[in-house]
Design a protein around this ligand. Structure first.
Ligand SMILES: NC(=O)c1ccc[n+]([C@@H]2O[C@H](COP(=O)([O-])OP(=O)(O)OC[C@H]3O[C@@H](n4cnc5c(N)ncnc54)[C@H](OP(=O)(O)O)[C@@H]3O)[C@@H](O)[C@H]2O)c1
Length: 270
């Protein structure tokens, strides 16, 4: 089976491409530079997206590409991928984010309408709308902080703050449901084999603050959890940020066999 992983040079994309290859899929991956032997693709170039997808003719397209500061990549690029995938009738799985939500104490079900607080969340929300309008059969995965080894942005942030490589602190009141990169990649691939349409939450079952996540990362790496610099969101003065965003992944748990581990178990410090 031919599969296209858009953003195969990224953290989730590389793990998705690796896992898919182990199951015998013929994987074409993309990167913006062509690095890693992947096909060069800039998804802001609609014609280039169309040309690559028409040439590869994948049965499945998994779009993991994103750039936090770019509406053109997150929103317009997602629409370009959806249009090209729909043109050849490919099954599309688009990766979205818990950043579409404003935050609230109650967990978010899969179909709660977006309420983004900042531009990245707005771009991811716009992408969800575009993907659903272009291809109502597409699956849209809302996920949370992606963790694993040092290539994870979240793990690297914790290590950089603990070791003083960058200034700042991890928030005690910003709560998320981190997910292991391999669990997420396996779940995304399994989802691609279903006919699920629309948004689905795929996140870990253990809600932790970013500060707690930092302490787990410290423990994983033999560092003293007490050295994790912490603050509240208000003290961090980074502007409006969602506080509690808990993704309820009950639907995914019923739909998929892949077990989604809690973050402490995934990091090996349970
Ligand atoms: N990381 C998290 O904690 C987190 C949390 C929630 C949701 N998500 C979502 O999960 C997905 C994967 O995240 P990640 O952390 O694995 O991402 P990542 O490591 O930052 O990788 C991003 C990928 O997007 C590609 N990309 C960037 N600009 C592009 C463009 N113009 N055209 C084509 N590709 C482009 C990058 O290619 P190059 O490297 O070659 O430029 C790279 O392969 C994203 O959709 C993200 O929004 C992530």
């Amino acid at each position: 089976m031919r599969m296209l992983v858009v953003g195969a040079s990224g953290y989730l994309g590389s793990e998705t491409a690796r896992l898919a290859s182990t199951t015998g899929a013929q994987v074409t991956g993309t990167s913006t530079t062509g690095a890693g032997g992947w096909s060069r693709l800039d998804i802001t170039d609609r014609a280039a997206v169309h040309a690559l997808i028409s040439r590869v003719r994948p049965a499945v397209v998994i779009n993991t590409a994103a750039r936090m500061d770019s509406w053109a990549v997150c929103a317009d690029g997602a629409a370009h991928v959806a249009l090209a995938a729909a043109a050849i009738g490919a099954r599309l799985v688009h990766i979205s984010s818990d950043a579409v939500h404003a935050g609230r104490p109650e967990p978010y079900a899969d179909d709660v309408a977006p309420s983004p607080l900042y531009p990245y969340g707005a771009a991811k929300a716009a992408a969800e709308t575009a993907v659903a309008a272009i291809d109502p059969a597409a699956a849209v995965v809302r996920t949370s902080l992606i963790v694993g080894d040092e290539r994870s942005k979240q793990v690297k942030l914790s290590l950089d703050l603990i070791t003083g490589r960058r200034p700042g602190a991890l928030f005690t009141d910003e709560i998320r449901c981190p997910i292991d990169v391999t669990d997420l990649a396996a779940a995304v691939l399994e989802l691609a084999g279903t006919d699920h349409a629309g948004t689905v939450n795929i996140a870990g079952p253990q809600a932790v603050s970013r500060a707690e996540l930092g302490r787990l990362v410290a423990a994983r790496h033999g560092l003293d959890p007490a050295t994790v610099p912490v603050s509240t969101i208000a003290e961090g003065r980074l502007g409006p940020r969602p506080a509690e965003v808990l993704l309820d992944s009950t639907l995914a748990a019923g739909l998929l066999r892949t077990r989604l581990r809690g973050v402490a178990e995934a990091l090996g410090v349970a």
